[in-house]
Design a protein around this ligand. Structure first.
Ligand SMILES: *Cc1c(COP(=O)(O)O)cnc(C)c1O
Length: 385
């Protein structure tokens, strides 16, 4: 039985996909730690056969994520990379992909070092002006892959503009919505075919689980992706599904605070005499601020900045001195993190590619957490002194 829930975000975050356990009435979805399901007679089962194909805890989570993205279908995977892996497996040798030139390092790596050798061609282009896509489309282009905001340069890509081009040429369009989360941005509402999440980040929100997700409204795509999910088997386990389901219940509250703290940290950094440039889409001076205002309901808690001099040593010194902002890969958890993309998250991107997009040696990326803002600013102040 499906609960009647409104289409308001907070209510969906708490209730979508979750129903009282039919056996006991337990309000929290049980962790169905089982591989298999007993059948009365061959084929006569309750809709579950084997946990690679379906698991009730995973089903609840998939329904929850689908609801948050206003999607008909949600599919969860063992990591964000496993979700991207499933999308690329929709393609065949000879197919071409157009992707932004400022992508998560792991995405760049799976494209260039895993899938390129299977005969899929990847074209990395600037998407600051999406009309650039049209110049690179060929009859073999089968997928356009976009991240917005981008990681770590915080560029904003015009989703509606990309949808118009994708529709004109009948090319599939996927958006990695990890940074914005469905709380700030719903790409499917704008006509995108597939939304992807590293649920490791904001969706789970507590830095305790690695997971990926896809959402789509397209019946055929959902079928094909479910086939890949079951055939290739990069599924998430029931424990992890439970943790993400639990994290999602507070996604809207956490995001509100991430956005508030993000704005204050970005404003503080922009006024600091040692800092050259702060990358955050909430600034009016951000090149695609208007697009961000149009397609997002807030600007998030991810911020990058460089020093007046591009000096890696200076960046390292600040990173070593930060106390509350732990130096660690990943993002989107309740605790604030700092990161040196050039040597950490984006170590797989060649230096000349990095430099082209402004990913300098002194660039620091912050994932601003939900701590008290006074303490976060104090920490930055002492580290930058
Ligand atoms: C972390 C991340 C990924 C990869 O997700 P994993 O869960 O680490 O496999 C993909 N895209 C973006 C934008 C990310 O931040």
């Amino acid at each position: 039985m499906k609960k009647e829930i409104s289409n308001k975000f907070g209510t969906k975050a708490v209730h979508a996909g979750v129903k009282p356990d039919p056996a006991t009435g337990a309000i929290m979805t049980p962790i169905y730690q089982t591989t298999t399901y007993v059948q009365r007679s061959p084929g006569d089962n309750l809709g579950y056969e084997y946990s690679r194909t379906q698991n009730p805890t995973r089903s609840a989570l998939q329904e929850s994520i689908a609801a948050l993205e206003n999607a008909k279908y949600g599919l969860c995977f063992g990591s964000g990379m496993a979700a991207i892996d499933a999308v690329i497996k929709l393609l065949s040798p000879g197919d071409e992909v157009i992707a932004g030139d400022d992508l998560y390092g792991g995405t760049y790596r799976i494209f260039t070092q895993v899938f390129a050798k299977y005969g899929i061609k990847f074209n990395f282009i600037s998407l600051e002006d999406v009309s650039n896509i049209e110049k690179h489309i060929t009859p073999n282009t089968k997928l356009i892959w976009i991240e917005t905001p981008t990681n770590p340069m915080m560029n904003i890509i015009d989703i509606k503009g990309a949808v118009a081009i994708a529709n004109k040429y009948k090319v599939m369009l996927g958006v990695d919505n990890t940074f914005a989360t469905p709380y700030l941005q719903n790409p499917l509402d704008l006509g995108v075919d597939i939304v992807m999440h590293s649920a490791t980040k904001y969706l789970s929100g507590h830095s305790d689980v690695v997971m990926g997700a896809l959402a789509t409204n397209n019946d055929q795509l959902a079928k094909d992706l479910a086939f890949i999910q079951k055939s290739c088997g990069a599924v998430c386990g029931p424990q992890d599904s439970f943790l993400v389901l639990r994290g999602i219940k507070t996604l809207h509250l956490r995001m509100q605070r991430h956005c508030e703290n993000g704005e204050k940290v970005a404003t503080y950094l922009a006024a600091h005499p040692k800092i050259g440039k702060v990358y955050w889409p909430g600034f009016e001076s951000h090149p695609n601020h208007e697009v961000a205002k149009e397609q997002m309901t807030g600007f998030g808690g991810m911020i990058s900045f460089v020093f007046k001099e591009d000096n890696q040593q200076q960046a390292f010194r600040v990173l070593e001195r930060l106390k509350l902002f732990a130096l660690a890969e990943s993002l989107g958890g309740v605790e604030s993190l700092s990161n040196h993309p050039a040597t950490m998250t984006h170590g797989a991107v060649p230096k000349e590619e990095r430099m082209k997009v402004g990913l300098l040696d002194s660039l620091i990326r912050l994932s601003v957490g939900i701590e008290d803002i006074e303490d976060l600013i104090k920490d930055l102040e002492q580290a930058l002194a």
